[in-house]
Design a protein around this ligand. Sequence first.
Ligand code: F6P
Ligand code: MG
Length: 436
Amino acid sequence: ANPPRPALRAADKETFAYITATHRWQDIIKKAIDNINDSLNSSEIDKNEEGKKIIASMEELINQIQRKDQLIQIDDDGRSDIVTWANILNTYFKNETWFTATWLFAECYLYRRIISIITNTKYWRNFDPFFRQKEDSFKLSFSKIIEFSKRIDELISSSKLIINNKIIFFELAQISLWGNATDLSMLPNFGTNNNQDIEIKSLENSEKFILVNDLEKAWKWLSKFNNVRIDFVLDNAGFELYGDLIFSDWLIQSGYASEIHLHLKPIPWFVSDTTLNDFNWLLKILKSNNFFSKISEIEKLSLEKLVDRWQSYITNSKWIITSDFFWTSPYSFWHLEEKSPELYSNLCKSHLIIFKGDLNYRKLVYDCKWKTITPFKEAIGPLANSKNAPPLLALRTGKSDIFVGLDEGIEERLGTDKSWMYSGKYAVIQFSEGSK
Ligand code: F6P
Ligand code: MG
């Protein structure tokens, strides 16, 4: 199925897609180059030489974007998804450029090109060119990390009184939502200024920025169940991931879920997305005694207890960590069943799939120029309307040119300057119960 609207393209100068292709992509690649440069060490001659070649290839990538070149094949790096990329390029984007191809394709393609450059080396093949940014920004969220690790203890004890559970669900869903407000592709220099701290606006104040809030409907659906499976299609590492895990922790402790599937990216993606390495790093760092400089003994113990519990979920298969190349393909989720039938039928076993973040949202709604009043269930196409569509919830702060499901008049109220759509200030929480 194809959506009835045209796709977003960077060629359209009125869009954030255009700003992204003309400015943000270069900044992102330059930052990756800096990270490689800083990892060069003159005593490792061969590795150094290779590092310089990677930098040259990345500089060439910037030139290709600036010249608005046609898209070329991605060098085979031995990963299993490379055939899919070659087929899609040949079939749909043969004579297209970085600007005339669909924005969704061109942007995913950019990240896949970066990974291919790195993987095709001997010494750098497992190097994550965005890792340093993820690490630096996580350090800055120290105070919120501690606050939430204390809070989850309180929430778990108060879940014993069932009447509190709806309020807790709302709170944790919003923590998970606003964790998505800052992502590092929007802030390539985030972390370089030590005064920045990740900010989660106070939840009451931030509610007015949630333009559609289906939490009531999602709660009505979820609270019917006990011990079911819930899935998170995760987005960013570090602080956002931490909030998602706090939410997952409570879902297990409160008895609504007995099994949470956490879907990660198989390769570094869109700067800050969570890979297995990022996931393991988070747990390690929360337990290590020297990562945060001003931590007290009590805070250390609180984090240790938290991580021990999380590790026990993994050991006991209550949390199942998984990744699939479908998540780093350029396909919209309209094609999930057709292109990845096994993943799809597995996901259909879930009682709720929570899609985090902006890129997942773009893929849910096919990255099209929808009218903002288009119903969410229309915009997600087969994922809401096919005969076995799964129940799903999107938690997303707006960082692209798309919002759907808004009431009549909201777009007009927010004004003709469309930057509200991609500033990260506004969010949506949208639910579809599927057709089970
Ligand atoms: O650059 C495209 C984009 O989707 C932005 O719109 C957003 O900043 C980023 O990539 C990804 O955001 P998220 O981490 O929320 O998926
Ligand atoms: Mg992301």
